[in-house]
Design a protein around this ligand. Structure first.
Ligand code: ADP
Length: 469
């Protein structure tokens, strides 16, 4: 058991009204970390530290900012094994994927370390001769980041790295289910020489809400449930703060009759079941062309059976537990709503849920409409690509989608018609390159995209300058 602390002005500190425990979802009697429950007071201290750091950070020349981000990447790399183990223990992510997440953190920091010295802005012709007109990107100031537990290090960093690169300073409110991961991330920031530029307030919803409300916080970047995202959007709109929200999905994989069915089954099984289906981009519906349904189901069963369920600390494990009791209860109740096509046994300790494929429901059913965030896949059939696309688009979400086919014309039709931000062909719905834009359509996201070069759009505002010599 560790103590997970706040990070304020470069110091790891206690404080707040009471505390909370972060539990090991594989063995919930085990407390992974005890953390202080941040309140308005800690949020105010952290925002104050970030405000004080802002002027000098914003004026730090590009190479100086780059140096800090490279140093942060090195500090994470130096503790990679320990950080991956913490992710596996605290949120139940299989260790292979947890290591991948830590590697991704390093890649994100290295990618954005180059940004402060890359060209920025445009020279724009003036209406009159001899006028110099150009656009200039400026940082926003103190930015609030509110993050979930499922990528407990990568999500905070894919927000923090571009924010810092563009000259902002930060207060992060991580999920209460990943307090240790946030604490360790804070330790690596300190090791990299960051002080008030990056602050962390541990706590639950009220600390996030205090961050949104604080008058010196200029923008909020949020990832989490659509219910919380909606509240944050309303609050930010009322306060005229810039915001972006990344929320749920009901991500679809379409399998056409001409696809390599064994390959398609592996992609669908991996997308739906790995990390117990707890990625925002996890596959939660599969729509299969009816003529190959029987054959595909046989392949899918084999593929799911090939994904070991068990202890996230073991390298072979593909499916660990779900995050908490509420999620466990919700999933076990949902499984009863459909007809079981396939189910794999899971350990009956902790929050393990059996990987399950459910059928017997139509595209309008709850199981095909609402996010479950667990290893439960809803099976649907369609008579044609056209019908499959109609079903695929028939939800309020639009984060990620996949099509399995060998037909380039079918692929192009799908790319044109699918309502999703992340569009994959013969690839599963999960797994996104950290330097490519990430985000969804419809109810999945709001604001500008995250990651890649477009992340700059959120963390900067333009000045348009005209000089008449
Ligand atoms: P998840 O189901 O992934 O935990 P949540 O939306 O509940 O998603 O949580 C995501 C993040 O939002 C967490 O850091 C959580 O503490 C925070 N949060 C929850 N409620 C609020 C709120 N009303 N205002 C701001 N942040 C909140």
């Amino acid at each position: 058991m560790r103590n997970a602390l706040h990070l304020i002005a470069g110091s790891l500190v206690e404080g707040g009204s009471g505390g909370f425990d972060s539990l090991n979802p594989s063995e919930p009697t085990q407390i992974v970390a005890k953390a202080p429950l941040g309140t308005d007071a800690e949020v105010a201290l952290a925002v104050n530290a970030a405000s004080e750091a802002f002027e000098s950070w914003r004026k730090t020349p590009g190479p100086g900012k780059a140096e800090r981000l490279y140093a942060w990447a090195e500090a994470i790399q130096a503790r990679a094994a320990e950080l991956a183990e913490a992710i596996a223990t605290e949120v139940g992510k299989p260790i292979g994927e947890a290591k991948g997440e830590v590697g991704r953190c390093v890649a994100i920091l290295r990618y954005y370390a180059g940004e402060p010295v890359r060209p920025s802005g445009d020279v724009i012709p003036g209406l009159a001769n001899g006028i110099l007109q150009y656009s200039l990107r400026e940082p926003l100031g103190v930015v609030g980041l509110i993050t979930p537990w499922n990528f407990p290090m990568a999500i905070p960093l894919w927000k923090a790295a571009p924010a810092l690169a563009m000259g902002n300073t930060i207060v992060l409110k991580p999920s209460e289910h990943s307090a240790l991961c946030a604490h360790l991330l804070a330790e690596t920031a300190v090791a990299a020489g960051l002080k008030g530029e990056f602050n962390v307030v541990q706590g639950a919803g009220p600390a996030g809400s205090a961050l949104v409300q604080h008058p010196d916080v200029k923008a909020i970047s949020f990832t989490g449930s659509d219910a919380t995202g909606a509240k944050i959007s309303v609050a930010c709109a009322q306060l005229n703060k810039k915001f972006q929200t990344e929320m749920g999905g009901k991500n679809v994989a379409i399998v056409l009759a001409d696809a390599d069915l064994a390959q398609a089954a592996n992609l669908v099984a991996a997308g739906a079941m790995r990390f117990a289906g707890q990625k925002c981009t996890a596959t939660s519906r599969v729509v299969v062309e009816s003529s190959v349904s029987g054959k595909f189901i046989e392949e899918l069963k084999k593929a799911i059976d090939g994904l070991p369920v068990g202890n996230p600390l073991e390298m072979a494990t593909a499916v660990g537990p779900v995050i908490n009791q509420a999620s466990y209860d919700k999933l076990n109740a949902a499984v009863k709503q459909g007809e079981t096509i396939h189910q794999v046994a899971a350990p009956n300790t902790g929050y393990f849920v059996s990987p399950t494929v459910l059928g017997g429901v139509g595209p309008e059913h709850d199981l095909a409409q609402n996010e479950l965030f667990g290893p439960v896949l809803t099976y649907l059939e369609a008579g044609s690509l056209d019908e499959a696309l109609t079903i695929a688009n028939q939800t309020r979400f639009g984060l990620s989608a996949s099509l399995c086919t060998r037909d380039i014309r079918a692929a192009l039709t799908y790319i044109d018609r699918i309502q999703a931000g992340m569009v994959r062909v013969n690839a599963d719905t999960t797994g996104v390159d950290p330097h490519a834009p990430f985000g969804g359509m419809k109810g999945s996201s709001s604001g500008t995209r995250e990651q890649g070069a477009v992340a700059k759009d959120f963390y900067t505002q333009y000045k348009t300058v005209q000089i008449n010599p």
